[in-house]
Design a protein around this ligand. Structure first.
Ligand code: PAF
Length: 291
């Protein structure tokens, strides 16, 4: 058996746990030394969007735990789990360079023990949009996050606003289950041309990559029109058409109430414009505030 934190020669400033006893020991010693803990749940293949989450957590002053676990429960039968990018050495180096205190790398048997029979069932913000496009996806996300919250017992957990619906689903679950932590949303990190960073962008062909920033441009233009008082449906329809003309397969482009994800017809204070559109085999998600 490898000694505790066997990777410490490669990552001298960061602890690495791969078993529950090691995670508990590391969390207990960090908590004893510093008070609370912050958690950044990830599936690895880290980019600057994840780095922003870790940096925000570290800046809060709490020792930061980042988990890397490619969660099979949130992938549908027609979604290729094996194609999900993996780069453990690169991810660990990225976490350490951002000041992460502890990397948590559980395997499937730890997260889903034999005989397990419990998952989180969701309604409200998990319905519609990604909930329709990817049945069971949010059940998988919520279940794994609930397990991570129970394992690490953080005071705060950090999620990107890019996955707006996921952020609202997790906030709702934490409120409904009375879990003792705060969920913090962090603004989407973008390429210079506006494309939201995503682990899946690497699968865009060069031609699709050059078209991809249009999704954010159209979202921003539409948000401006709606904030200026335009009636939603004609503006939304024009936006869908513009994207379709450029080669996107638009799954949805909708004006919603930000926290509940319910569709709305005029831009209220909590309005959010959300969209998912496909280029080739890549689904691009993005959203903007309507102010
Ligand atoms: O956003 C992600 O990377 C995943 O959905 C999460 C929150 C780490 C749960 O597996």
């Amino acid at each position: 058996m490898l000694p505790w934190n066997a990777d410490c020669t490669k990552f001298p400033r960061m602890l690495i746990a791969r078993t529950l006893p090691d995670l508990r020991a590391a969390c207990a010693s960090l908590r004893a030394a510093h008070g609370g803990l912050a958690l950044v749940p990830t599936m690895g293949a880290l980019h600057d969007g994840h780095r922003a989450l870790v940096k925000a957590a570290v800046a809060s002053g709490a020792p930061t735990v980042a988990s890397i676990f490619v969660n099979p429960l949130q992938f549908g039968a027609n979604e290729d789990l094996s194609r999900y990018p993996r780069d453990e050495p690169g991810d660990l180096a990225a976490l350490e360079s951002c000041g992460c205190a502890l990397a948590w790398l559980p395997d499937v048997e730890i997260m889903y023990p034999p005989g397990e029979a419990t998952t989180i069932s969701l309604t409200g913000p998990a319905e519609r949009w990604e909930g329709d496009a990817r049945p069971g996806h949010f059940r998988g996300v919520a279940t794994v996050c609930a397990k991570l919250f129970g394992q690490v017992r953080p005071d705060r957990a950090y999620f990107g606003e890019k996955d707006w619906q996921q952020l609202q689903v997790i906030k709702r679950m934490v409120a409904d289950l009375l879990l003792p932590l705060e969920i913090v949303g962090i603004e989407t990190v973008r390429e210079a041309d506006g494309l939201a960073l995503s682990s899946r962008n690497r699968f865009l062909s060069p031609a699709d990559r050059s078209v991809a920033p249009l999704l954010n441009r159209v979202l921003r233009e539409t948000a401006r029109a709606l904030a200026g008082g335009a009636t939603a449906e004609p503006v939304l329809q024009a936006a869908r058409q513009k994207l379709a003309d450029a080669g996107f397969g638009v799954d949805y482009f909708a004006l919603v109430d930000g926290p509940s994800l319910a569709p709305i017809e005029i831009a209220i204070a909590t309005a959010r414009l959300i969209a998912t559109a496909r280029l080739g085999s890549v689904r691009l998600l993005d959203n903007v505030a309507v102010i």
